[in-house]
Design a protein around this ligand. Structure first.
Ligand SMILES: CC(C)(COP(=O)(O)OP(=O)(O)OC[C@H]1O[C@@H](n2cnc3c(N)ncnc32)[C@H](O)[C@@H]1OP(=O)(O)O)[C@@H](O)C(=O)NCCC(=O)NCCS
Length: 166
């Protein structure tokens, strides 16, 4: 299991002990607006994390928990495109706990994970966000992602696809 170190945080493997804090993130209004779907009960949140842990074993996904002095501050997810462990194209997702937002954490944590991903595993890394998600658009540009296209998904949501290459 990979551990990455930033200046004021470590990125360590996700664990079941993160469930309560993860559920708090998923109950936040901004999170609900910006993600496609979120767990609505603690039990659902636990099942979702169990699914992520299985995905780590079977699909070589990496769910990094951002840890600040022992406190859970969010996740950065690095997985293979289409969950295909043979693919040399990656994909990232992230969410930050509301108590830790607006202090540059998403930007610096994503930078660390992208640097690791491009060095160790992938030729390029994709990200997707809703077209109205101003915060994450700024973050992706700051980290060095380039806009590939804007499109409307099956659910009728306008989204932007981004890429960063080695
Ligand atoms: C979006 C999110 C990841 C931002 O995390 P964060 O740690 O607060 O982001 P940062 O502090 O690194 O912000 C970087 C920049 O974006 C800006 N920003 C952050 N959130 C913003 C928002 N909601 N609206 C407008 N700008 C925002 C910051 O002001 C900062 O600007 P600066 O570079 O000019 O200083 C966090 O709000 C979150 O988890 N949201 C819900 C889940 C989500 O949207 N995930 C992404 C799905 S694709």
């Amino acid at each position: 299991m990979t551990i990455l170190k930033g200046k004021e945080f470590i990125l360590r493997p996700l664990s079941l002990s993160d469930v309560p804090s993860f559920f708090e993130v998923m109950q936040d209004e901004e999170t609900k607006r910006n993600l496609e779907s979120v767990p609505t009960t603690l039990e659902e949140a636990k099942r979702e994390i169990e699914g992520y842990l299985l995905q780590e074993k079977e699909k070589d996904s990496e769910y990094f928990s951002i840890d600040i002095d022992g406190r859970y501050a969010g996740n950065v997810v690095l997985q293979h495109q289409n969950w295909d462990p043979a693919s040399n194209e990656g994909r990232v997702h992230l969410w930050i706990h509301p108590e830790f937002r607006k202090r540059g954490l998403a930007t610096t944590a994503l930078k660390e994970v992208v640097r690791y991903g491009l060095k160790k595993k992938f030729r390029c890394i994709f990200a997707q966000c809703k077209a109205m998600n101003k915060g994450v658009i700024k973050i992706l540009l700051n980290v060095g992602f380039t806009r590939v296209k804007t499109f409307v998904n099956e659910a009728g949501v306008e989204k932007i696809l981004w890429i960063i290459e080695d």
